[in-house]
Design a protein around this ligand. Sequence first.
Ligand SMILES: C[S@@+](CC[C@H](N)C(=O)[O-])C[C@H]1O[C@@H](n2cnc3c(N)ncnc32)[C@H](O)[C@@H]1O
Length: 274
Amino acid sequence: MLDHKILYNSESISDEYAKRDYLEGAESAIIKKFGSRFKKMDMLDMGVGGGRTTKYFAPLVKSYIGADYAPNMITRCRVKYRGKYSFMESDVRSMNMFGSNMFDFVLFSYNGIDSFSHEDRFAALKEIKRVLRSNGYLYFSSHNLNWENLSDLFNFKSGGMGTDKKNGSRDFIRLLGSSIKSGFKKLRLNILNRNLRSKDFVQHLKEKQRGLIYDNSLNGKASVYYITRAEQIRQLEDAGFKNITTYSRNGTNTGNEEKLNEDGWIYYLCEADK
Ligand SMILES: C[S@@+](CC[C@H](N)C(=O)[O-])C[C@H]1O[C@@H](n2cnc3c(N)ncnc32)[C@H](O)[C@@H]1O
């Protein structure tokens, strides 16, 4: 399987990210929460990709740096914002160019933190804590291992062909085509995840509370980290973060697991305890 950096740095994936222009509900929620407090904050937008979040956050904060380890993403950002904001190549696991206590707010949105191993995740959290000022904020999203529809990605019985008596034969053919396509996708994901083969491998991961899964991210070419909310909170505390709260993808600030598990991702807001 391919390295994440090679995939993110490819022309096609960086072009695709550079086209994105919207804001996630959870990102709008944090903008609303911080409001005019952003004016006094130095912000690092880590894993900035093609600069999707830049136009929303950069004008609000005192200073803004977008960073990414994929040089092609940084090039896309520089072209898109034509020198207006600062963009730098940097790997979150070792941010040598940034001194300690430089930022008040680090954003690592859209699950960039799920691109590496368990050990590297801890290194990344420690590095983020280092560059944050005392009580500085980290806001990031991560794949939710307790997502209620996770098993459906691999389960041949789910999402099968529906029948609708009102539809004619053309719709039947369309449905048949999409069912075959979805069947192949699931077969591929089952093969890719074969190292986890057990009667119910999602259950197996859930017992561990974290693990790498091949899902449809990056076209199934690299695995991504999934984690339960409880385990993520434990990891953040171990890495030196406090006041941890969670947001659903649509921006609801809640600790209600049932509500959070409706989404494939959870957003975490926490503060550097130093
Ligand atoms: C899913 S994309 C999200 C991009 C952007 N934040 C957005 O929301 O559109 C994840 C980004 O994280 C970057 N990334 C992954 N691992 C990284 C690392 N170790 N250091 C810096 N950036 C990383 C990737 O290059 C990619 O641009």
